[in-house]
Structures are given as structure tokens and as C-alpha cells.
Design a protein around this ligand. Sequence first.
Ligand SMILES: Cc1cc2nc3c(=O)[nH]c(=O)nc-3n(C[C@H](O)[C@H](O)[C@H](O)COP(=O)(O)O)c2cc1C
Length: 145
Amino acid sequence: MTSSTSDAHILMSMTYVSRANPDVSAKDFNEILQQAQANNAANGITGMLTFNKDYFLQTVEGPRAQINRLLYALIADQRHHDLQVIETRELKHRKWAKWSMNYASPTESNAAIYLKYSTTVDFNPYLLSAESALDLMTELSAQRA
Ligand SMILES: Cc1cc2nc3c(=O)[nH]c(=O)nc-3n(C[C@H](O)[C@H](O)[C@H](O)COP(=O)(O)O)c2cc1C
């Protein structure tokens, strides 16, 4: 599929949640991140990924055609399942412009941020509204900056 020029200039973001497959290891998480960063740098995509051993929550932003192409790849990716898009929006400008893929996973130093947005002790992004999911990622990112 070739990208049509008509929507190449329209920026959009997409936020989704998914469940990590049980056999996904710490090494796989690193590979996912590296693959995301390398591909995104080439495809004009930026964003933020947060994960624990069970779940992913990711925002990707970029040209609309590229974001849709990535969505198909993500749905086909055997390292996770049950992908649910929780928000899409058109953007005037990027929120994560500095990062081909920023990331965070729960640690002692950010535990309070996860807890702030959770009803459960463990991070479960399926229980977050889109607004809370974006606020959570914003706070996690601010702590890393
Ligand atoms: C949780 C998760 C997040 C991912 N994020 C990205 C991403 O931001 N960009 C990307 O290109 N691929 C991402 N991938 C990988 C894609 O699903 C897919 O494997 C990859 O885009 C295929 O790249 P290739 O055509 O270079 O092999 C992610 C995979 C998972 C499981």
C-alpha cells in the first residue's frame, strides 16, 4: 500500500491497551521497544509506551496513513492480544515529539503515579478512561524527563 499524499500531512494520535502474551519475557519487552524506536524514527511516528508483565498502554502519533498501517501490524503481532483502541484524535502538534518511543514501566520511584490513577495496586490500563490513561503517561514521562 502506498501512502496517499492527501492525508500525509494530517497528524493523528491513537491510544490503545493490550494484554501481553504469557510467554513474553523481559528480553521481548526490550526488543519491542527497540523495534518501535527504530521503525518509528524511520516512519515519522513518535509516542509513549507503558507496560508491566501483563499489559501494554501505548500512544502513537504521526501521519494518519502511518498510524493506520501500524495499527494493522500491532493487531497481527503475536506478542500481545485483545488490543482495544481507547482513543484517536487529530493533532495540531505532537505531544511526544522528542521521542521515537518514550517508555515507562512500574518501579519504586513511579509507583505513586501509577497508584494515583488506579483503583487496584497493580497497573491495569483496561480500567482507565482515555483521559486518565493520557494523564498517567504525561506524568510518567515528566518524571523521566
Ligand atoms: C506493545 C507493542 C508495541 C509496539 N509498538 C510499535 C511501534 O511503536 N512502532 C512499530 O513500528 N512497531 C511497534 N511494534 C511492533 C509491531 O507490532 C510490528 O511487529 C512491527 O511494526 C513490524 O515491523 P517490521 O515490519 O519492521 O518487521 C509494537 C509491538 C508491540 C507488541
